[in-house]
Unconditional design. Sequence first.
Length: 367
Amino acid sequence: MDPFLIVILVLVLIIIGLIVYNFTIYKKIKGFSNINDKVTSLNVLRDFLDAIGKDSSVDDKFEVINNILIEKFSIKYSTIVIFDGAEYLIKATNVDEKHWETMKNLHKEEIFKDSILTATPKYVTINRPDEKLSYQKTEMGRAKSAMFFPLYIDNIYIGYWIIESSEPHAFDNMDTSVLGIVRENIVSVYKSVSYQNTIENIYRVDKSTGLNSAEYLYGKGKRIIDKYPQSCICMFKIINIEEINRELGRDKGTELIIEVSNIIKRSISSQYIFVRYMGPKFAIAFSGVDIDGVETFVKAMKEEIENMKIIKNEEKGNSKKKQKSAVPKVNFVLATYYKGTGLEEVTKKLEEYLDDCDQNESNINCI
């Protein structure tokens, strides 16, 4: 065989071998890249779970999650917007506040409507320096590329997550499958904290006393209580309120409830949580204080309340006035709450005691 042909054949075989080798290396590199993406995604999920478990508000948790996304994926801007059933709210963002109105109204932009309808991400970028993204108003130059991810729970649209870059074509090579996993993680976080969000915002302010309702105790109040390893929970009931309403009228009964609440409000520290629990029942969470440290205070409060007198003047014949009066009676019960246990279980036990004991009992009890 011609030596020249032999050399050509050897070179061809070497080239084929190199091609095969390079292809093998490429597959390995791609495999390592996929593994790295999966590891990153798992790390993000782990950090998400850590954020969910923190004793903080829902808004704070979303801020932490957004910061995790910015750090882990080297994102310039990240914004999470949730529809609460009435309006679109920015739950977390690192965009300047002057742009918030634009960011929470992206669902109205034509460029993103199809994305929302089809539940698919939308990538937008500019090609020339004098261009700007179509949804931008007066912010030309802030963002030059963006990826929009609609968020869904059980096929119900709940808002969107958008990431932005100050560079054009910044997300050309971004693995959308990994970001899709992150999007699902955001939805999972929202589902996980939605109950907490309800508890934090469901409380109301009692019009008569100005006190928060019981729900405050389990939401925002609990975060204050849980700054301490243990606290004393006190519940008391005005046991003769029905009799006072019957004898003096409901107006006087309401007056009594207001005065009782004012006595407590004047006497307790701002770190303690005082709520109107239900009807004639009130609850006080003495944050960071044990039962022994509360009993003396409660005894003083009971004495002051039961020294009150509600008076009603009644007009009689010949312009003579007749007075009716009543003195409140209260029943107190105390229990210890330990951080990490069920606060609602403690209050339930206290309420059951007040409801099931002798209705004429007027004591200070520890259970």
